[in-house]
Design a protein around this ligand. Sequence first.
Ligand code: R5P
Length: 304
Amino acid sequence: MSPPRPDTQLVGFDDYAEQGRQLAAALGIPFLAAEIHPFPDGERKLRLPPPLAEHLVICRSLNDPDHKLIELLLAAGSARDNGAKRLTLVAPYLAYMRQDMAFRPGEAVSQRIIGRLLAEHVDAVVTVDAHLHRTHALDEAIPLAQAINLTASGAIGAFIARQRPHALLLGPDRESAQWVAAVAEAGGGLEYGVAEKTRRGDRDVDVQLPPLTYRGRQVVLVDDVASTGRTLAVAAQRLHEAGASSVDCVVTHGLFVGDALASLHRAGVDAVWSTDSVNHPSNRIPLAELLAEALRGLVVPVGQ
Ligand code: R5P
């Protein structure tokens, strides 16, 4: 007899398979590997081996987003064509969330445009620490009844409390205030401050520290995302100039493009830690349990 068709499956992708398998295991649902063939001209063929469950959880972070967005559209479209009735996107890192307004007339508001695109193709989205600054709730960016923005601040706070129990936390810019405050609380009431950042270009930033005592302190920089690493590197330089005894960094999403990691160490950063929302050697804080808890109400494990 063939095994019962599961009600829910988790669709995973090669570059994010480990996290997908951990999440499927935590939920007690089968893992289905999407098959992708890149053609020489850059187009892609995608296959979801049948039979498909009625509810598919598509699990992939959207860093390095452009080809992943196309693959997501192919996966969602082919899933519907082959009988899936409900699609939940689990993208711990959501791309294009930082451009949340037109800073100059004519600029695309990427957050809204990509948000609408996702909402047209899936029924629910679950993410972690989405970059919502001027936007207050994820459903303002992704117009879905189930647009769920989890936070890793509890796990990050507990992690820092173990690694640096006496740390002073610092958010490098105003946008980080929400995360550093939550991490400080989750770390058992750690002291924290928020710096001011001036950005003149992609890799040209300056950071002004708030008036706190840094001499002799172990400081941990906390941010949602590190891309070039310039924000954290400049903050680390300022902290060393102010006498900090050590500087470490923790981020939810470690994009760390190019030589970002090396430049952080050159700026005097000791440890660099991140969640596993984006694959990187700095990954120390797994998200599977946080995601599974949010998804448990939405999926049906095999055999129930
Ligand atoms: C922006 O406000 C974000 O929270 C990060 O601070 C920013 O994206 C970091 O970029 P980078 O690492 O390139 O300085």
